[in-house]
Design a protein around this ligand. Sequence first.
Ligand code: NAP
Length: 425
Amino acid sequence: MDDEERTSVATPGAEPVPIGELPPPGVVPARMHAQVVRQDRFGDPAEAFRPEVVDTPRIGPGEVLIGVMAAGINYNNVWAARGYPVDQIAVRRKRGEPEDFHIGGSDASGIVYAVGEGVTGVEIGQHVIVHPGVWDADDPWIAAGRDPMIAPSAKIWGYDTNYGAFGQFARVQAHQLLPKAEHLSWEEAAAPTLVGTTAYRMLYGWAGNTLQSGDLVLVWGGSGGLGTQACQMVRAAGGRAVAVVSDDERGAFAMKHGAIGYINRREFGHWGVPPLVDDTAGQKEWSKDARAFGKKLWEIAGAREDPAIVFEHPGGATIPTSVFLCRPGGMVVICAGTTGFDAMVDLRYHWTRQKRLQGSHGTNDEQARAYNDLVRAGTIDPVLGRTVPFSEVPAAHAAMGRGEDVFGNVAVLVGAASPGQGRTC
Ligand code: NAP
């Protein structure tokens, strides 16, 4: 949307409020507190994020202003703080957006404070969560009835777009809003939606290889944000998730959240780009380790069974193993390349065994609704590992960037004064 179409919804005379408070629903101060990234601070998230007072976002047609009660921390804002691989501020400036800063945050729970022109079915005071898929309503791809998350205009809210969850007020498109689960606190509700909806799309979004009852699924990072959501979804569907983790404590955590067993990746060493095909000795060595890894999977499955789906996000370090192990006709579905973007696939295994290597990103409205229904029904737990105060947004991202926060999801209190608030049943 052109920024000129947006207008201020500030209430005359309304003063900014401290973190841990929000004004009465509908009262919008002209200025707000936010954790802000600027280009001259790009690098370690501990330095890149700083608290600032900025103008409260304006909204336009189809948009909604929410008062943020809690926010979720995701890896995407580690990337945003580093300015790598994409400088999001530069990209937005090129698109004509006026702000020279980034307020990220792709997960939020909160309260509706203002509703833009043309929005129906959303009212001031509603308790909501936000899914992270955004796009232009008039995108011809979407007008043709195709998946909006593949449209040229598709973006991730609070990463590609500004005014995400790390400000007291956030700007969203109305279709992103979903009802908050009544049994969850603000921080529990804020924690899982980005990873949960991503996992849902990965497991259910790709016809021909959707998750089926009985399926064996290999889940990389089984104790992390995406992984704990995937393990729970596989269990709920009557499948069997085997988690890959880096120690026994993480393995036990993955099993608590649905995995039938785990493989400790530290017991193996065949990671990264394998020896090339003509390097016979190197290939033999690599295959030996990869087969031993596969044997471990068979032991847990209780049969010589290969996974119908491999749930991927480490990327460079693990793709060769994922493609090697996936069963014929199965799918390796990937949404990130945390360990590296250069991945090698031995095409012999890929084509002769007719496997699928499927990219997946974000969520559409339908998938987000289906995921949120599982959360509201209590089938999926948000797996809130840690709640931090607003002042720790920089440190929490820095820890995630160093790979320290691997037990489920991390949430931040924004408008909520203390943990545990917001449950209404
Ligand atoms: P997370 O909670 O930090 O979990 C990452 C997991 O990766 C950890 O549990 C860790 O488990 C595992 N890991 C770390 N180093 C590894 C290695 N060398 N080999 C194998 N596994 C390794 O992060 P997350 O929230 O699940 O997100 C993971 C990635 O997905 C991030 O890059 C994120 O940006 C991306 N993502 C993409 C989308 C999308 O829509 N495209 C959505 C959500 C997330 P162990 O150390 O125990 O093995």
